[in-house]
Design a protein around this ligand. Structure first.
Ligand code: NAP
Length: 243
């Protein structure tokens, strides 16, 4: 129970990686608030969390400033001021640039990058100290054809992580995790083309990771193991990026 007494806020935790992180933080003793933009699966996650810890689910779109402020108001009222923020909420759009509508580009940036900015700003306004972990992507480092908005947003997340780690030191430590391909709805055949999925397999480990692989790194960074780590981007990626 390495996170006993901590309060965590995880964005976009109604499924996938966010859900796994929320459950892992709860297993380590943290109280957990999570947000979701309006999905039925949130109820199921809240039940799973409540079996482990004090928890609350908050309906909020991370790209909306007023909703982010409202989310923090609710989290603080229900559980207390968060000292861990996991900026996980994200969306993906695939397609060649010539077919990418401006609205689609803007929406990806709004959720993946603006959302992380809004949530981090609200965290800093309220917390004296703590940890921020941004879920980036290996594509933010590698780039990928037909993923211009997504890769750009994740590159921005990595740059934001480095900037905030400098600005908020020494009280708030800020790091990113850049997952490779993880088995979630985002990487299902409904969401990604066979060409993209084949590229995802072209790594030394040649398989998808699991959401729990990302959660384990998040728990490490939130605990004492992360005490001297800030401004880093950790590849949990089966070898897709080597630095
Ligand atoms: P996922 O299964 O599609 O889950 C995304 C989560 O984000 C859902 O809970 C979704 O809520 C929530 N969400 C979407 N838009 C939101 C918004 N505007 N406000 C608040 N929450 C919102 O995706 P995932 O694979 O778990 O991805 C989680 C994060 O990891 C994302 O940032 C993604 O870019 C990153 N990542 C994933 C992979 C991968 O291979 N899966 C690789 C690298 C990085 P609803 O359920 O209501 O839609």
């Amino acid at each position: 129970m390495t996170l006993q007494g901590k309060i965590a806020l995880v964005t976009g935790a109604s499924r996938g990686i966010g859900r796994a992180i929320a459950l892992a933080l709860a297993d380590e003793g943290a109280r957990v608030a999570f947000c979701h933009p309006g999905d039925d699966q949130a109820e199921q996650v809240l039940t799973e969390l409540a079996q482990r810890t004090e928890a609350c689910a908050i309906r909020a779109d991370v790209s909306d400033e007023a909703q982010v402020i409202g989310m923090y108001d609710t989290a603080c009222k229900e559980l207390g001021i968060p000292d861990i923020l996991i900026n996980n909420a994200g969306i993906l759009r695939e397609g060649p640039i010539v077919d990418t509508a401006t609205e689609d580009f803007d929406r990806v940036i709004a959720v993946n990058l603006r959302g992380g900015f809004l949530c981090s700003r609200e965290f800093v306004r309220r917390a004296d100290a703590g940890r921020i972990i941004n879920i980036a992507s290996d594509l933010g480092l590698l780039g990928r054809e037909n993923m211009v908005a997504y890769a750009a947003s994740k590159g921005g997340v990595i740059a934001m992580t480095r900037s905030l780690s400098r600005e908020l030191a020494p009280d708030i430590l800020v790091n990113a995790i850049a997952p490779g391909s993880i088995e979630t709805d985002m990487t299902s055949p409904d969401s990604m083309s066979p060409e993209q999925l084949a590229k995802d397999m072209d790594t030394p480990l040649a398989r998808f990771g699991q959401p729990e692989d990302i959660a384990a790194m998040a728990v490490f960074l939130c605990g004492t193991g992360g005490n001297f780590i800030t401004g880093q981007c950790f590849g949990v990626n089966g070898g897709s990026v080597m630095t």
